[in-house]
Ligand binder design. Structure first.
Ligand code: ZN
Ligand code: FE
Length: 239
């Protein structure tokens, strides 16, 4: 299983999950159709599934056009069935979604939105976290509560530490400034920032990040309790 990172819009990432034997693919959060179509046509793969983490436009913007062109199935959380365009397959918390050679566990991780989910390809140790957990940050709380977001990121924190995290946006550099301002003695963080800057300079994605790095460097995952997490989230909103 190969992951192809597709840049969309200003700073979004869509991800193609490709089964290289059958040449079938899923796309996670296609913000727009065009960059996805370009890759699919060039590499001659079959797009079979669209996996949405949540209903925001910059994550589902390509659904209609891609489904029309490839007759793929759109997959998302059951409670978002009225706001994910063209949804076909309705998922529940903790369910295993399995089709073809793709197999992922679904986690309901509310906070950014009430219906946000993550797709955990546990065999491959990769998780698609949308706008909930970013590299060195976490999503803004739009619909949920601080407590929901705190619990959601802590659910991800419990996965094996070598898990690769694929998030919805390239926010890593801005996020690193906030982490550093609040955790200035963290040597691991400083080392990670050097690597991040090098990637950005070479126009490369800083994603995926490894859960181990995030546990050591992401200030939101380091928050000991709900009060300190909530304080950090407020500070970040005004940073
Ligand atoms: Zn969002
Ligand atoms: Fe987003």
């Amino acid at each position: 299983m190969k992951i192809e990172i597709i840049k969309c819009l200003k700073d979004n990432y869509a991800y193609l999950i490709i089964d290289e034997i059958k040449r079938n693919a899923c796309v996670v959060d296609p913000s727009e159709a065009k960059p996805i179509i370009n890759y699919i046509e060039k590499n001659k793969i079959n797009l079979k599934y669209i996996l949405n983490t949540h209903h925001h436009y910059d994550h589902v913007g390509g659904n209609v056009e891609l489904k029309k062109k490839y007759a793929c199935n759109v997959i998302g959380f059951i409670e978002d069935k009225d706001r994910i365009p063209e949804i076909d397959i309705l998922l529940k918390d903790n369910q295993i979604w399995k089709e073809d050679n793709f197999e992922a566990k679904i986690y309901h991780i509310p906070g950014h939105t009430t219906g946000h989910i993550a797709y955990h390809f546990f065999k491959e140790k990769k998780i698609f976290t949308g706008d909930t957990l970013f590299s060195l940050g976490c999503g803004k709380i739009f619909e949920g509560t601080y407590e929901q977001m705190f619990n959601s990121i802590n659910k991800i924190k419990e996965l094996p530490e070598e898990t690769e995290i694929y998030c919805g946006h390239e926010y890593t550099l801005q996020n690193s400034n906030f982490c550093l301002a609040n955790d200035s003695e963290n040597l691991k963080l400083k080392e990670k920032i050097v690597k991040i800057k090098k990637k950005i300079k070479n126009d490369l994605p800083t994603i995926p990040t490894i859960l181990k790095d995030e546990i050591e460097c992401n200030i939101f995952l380091k928050a000991k309790d709900l009060i300190s997490f909530s304080k950090l989230r407020d500070l970040k909103d005004n940073f």
